[in-house]
Write a protein that binds this ligand. Structure first.
Ligand code: PLP
Length: 350
C-alpha cells in the first residue's frame, strides 16, 4: 500500500508548505491593529532575536525574497563601477535575472570556478590580479553561498582562506545564506562562527526555504554598508506595509529554535536519501551531501520514466546531474515512494 502520490516533494525546498511554528506565529500576529511598515512589536522582537542569535548588534531588514535580499545587499556594497566575484553556479549569477546588476546600476559580476560549488580563493586572486586599471570594473565584493548551490558547505578552514583572501584583496564579503540554517546544522557551530567572526559583512538569511511562507532577511554586520538601506528596500518594493506578517514567522522560528530543527531534519532526510540511492544500479550519487540537496546521475531513460510517473526534479545544466531536495517536512515514506518508482523505472529500462 502506498498512499503517496508522486509530485513535487523533491523538486525544491520551496515546494513544501509552511511549518506549524511559522504559521501559528502569523496567526497570533493576526489580531487587532498594529503599526505598519515595521514599527510593530513583532518586527521589533524578530530583530532582537536575530541579534541574539548572531551575538552581534547587527542591522536587520525583513524583505520578501532572496533575489531581492542578494540584489539589494550587493547594491549597497557597491558603486556602479565596481564588480562582485561569485562562483559560476551562484544564484546571483544563474537565477536572479540580472537583479544584482540592475539594482546596483551596472555592477558587474565576475565569475570564478571552484570545486563543489565553493569559490576557490586562488581563482579569486587570479581574477582580481588580472587587471587593476581604470578600464575594468574594480573588484569590491566577494559573494559566497552557504550552503552552496551544490549542497556543499564552507567549513571553518574554507572560510578562513576566503576571509584571508578577501581581506588581502580589499574585498567585502557577502554571504547568500538562503540555506544558512542547513549549513549551520551540518557544521554544528554557533552562527557567529560562520558570519561576522569569519569576516562576513552582509548575510542574506533565508526564511522561505526553511519553512516560512515568505520572507528572507538581510543582516548587516557593518554599520556603513547598511547606510540608507531602508530607502533601497522601499524603492525596490521590498518594504512590507503589513510587516508583522513577514516578521512574526521569524519570531516563531527563531524563538523556538525550530529554524535549526527544520534544517537538521531536511539534512538528515537528504543523507538518508543519498544512502538509499547508492543501492540502485546505474545511479551515481555525489557523496558530499552536506545540506538538504542530493545530486545524482540517472540514465536518461530512467529519469524520463520517473518524470512520466509524476515526479518532478531539476536538472543542473552546467553540472549534468539531477537534484533532489529535502525540506522541513520530508518524510521517510516519501523517500520510499520515490525509491519504489525508481526501482520500477530501472526494471523497465534495464
Ligand atoms: C532560493 C535561493 C535564493 C532566493 O531565491 P528567491 O526565489 O528569490 O527567494 C537565493 N540563493 C539561493 C542559493 C537559493 O537557492
Amino acid at each position: 500500500m502506498n498512499a503517496i502520490e508522486p509530485g513535487f516533494q523533491f523538486a525544491s525546498d520551496n515546494t513544501s508548505g509552511v511549518c506549524p511554528e511559522a504559521w501559528n506565529a502569523m496567526l497570533e500576529a493576526n489580531s487587532g491593529y498594529a503599526a505598519s511598515y515595521g514599527d510593530d512589536p513583532w518586527t521589533k522582537r524578530a530583530r532582537e532575536l536575530v541579534r541574539e542569535i548572531f551575538e552581534f548588534d547587527c542591522h536587520v531588514y525583513f524583505i520578501f525574497n532572496g533575489t531581492a535580499a542578494n540584489s539589494l545587499a550587493l547594491a549597497s556594497m557597491c558603486q556602479s563601477y565596481h564588480s562582485v566575484l561569485a562562483h559560476q553556479l551562484a544564484h546571483v549569477e544563474t537565477d536572479e535575472c540580472g537583479g544584482p546588476e540592475f539594482f546596483s546600476n551596472g555592477t558587474k559580476l565576475l565569475l570564478v570556478e571552484g570545486e563543489g560549488g565553493r569559490v576557490d580563493p586562488a581563482a579569486v586572486e587570479k581574477v582580481v590580479r588580472r587587471r587593476s586599471d581604470v578600464h575594468f570594473p574594480k573588484p569590491k565584493v566577494l559573494s559566497i553561498t552557504q550552503a552552496t548551490e551544490m549542497g556543499t558547505v564552507y567549513r571553518g578552514e574554507d572560510l578562513d582562506r576566503i576571509y584571508e583572501t578577501a581581506r588581502r584583496l580589499h574585498l567585502n564579503l557577502h554571504m547568500d545564506g538562503s540555506r544558512f540554517a542547513n549549513a549551520l546544522a551540518t557544521l554544528n557551530v554557533s552562527p557567529k562562527e560562520l558570519t561576522w567572526k569569519a569576516g562576513v559583512d552582509v548575510l542574506c538569511l533565508g526564511g522561505t526555504k526553511n519553512g516560512m511562507a515568505v520572507g528572507d532577511c538581510v543582516v548587516f554586520f557593518d554599520d556603513d554598508l547598511a547606510y540608507e538601506f531602508e530607502y533601497r528596500c522601499k524603492q525596490a518594493g521590498q518594504l512590507a506595509s503589513k510587516m508583522r506578517y513577514l516578521s512574526a514567522p521569524w519570531v516563531g522560528l527563531l524563538e523556538s529554535g525550530v529554524w535549526l530543527k527544520n534544517a537538521q531534519h531536511a539534512n538528515a532526510m537528504a543523507r538518508l536519501f543519498a544512502e538509499r540511492l547508492q543501492a540502485f544500479p546505474g545511479v551515481s550519487v555525489r557523496n558530499n551531501v552536506e545540506s538538504n540537496a542530493v545530486f545524482l546521475q540517472f540514465p536518461p531513460a530512467v529519469a524520463a520514466a520517473l518524470r512520466s510517473a509524476g515526479w518532478h526534479f531539476h536538472d543542473f545544466i552546467g553540472v549534468g546531474e539531477s537534484r533532489l531536495m529535502c525540506s522541513w517536512n520530508t518524510t521517510e515514506q516519501e523517500i520510499e515512494a520515490f525509491l519504489k518508482s525508481l526501482a520500477d523505472a530501472i526494471k523497465q529500462n534495464p
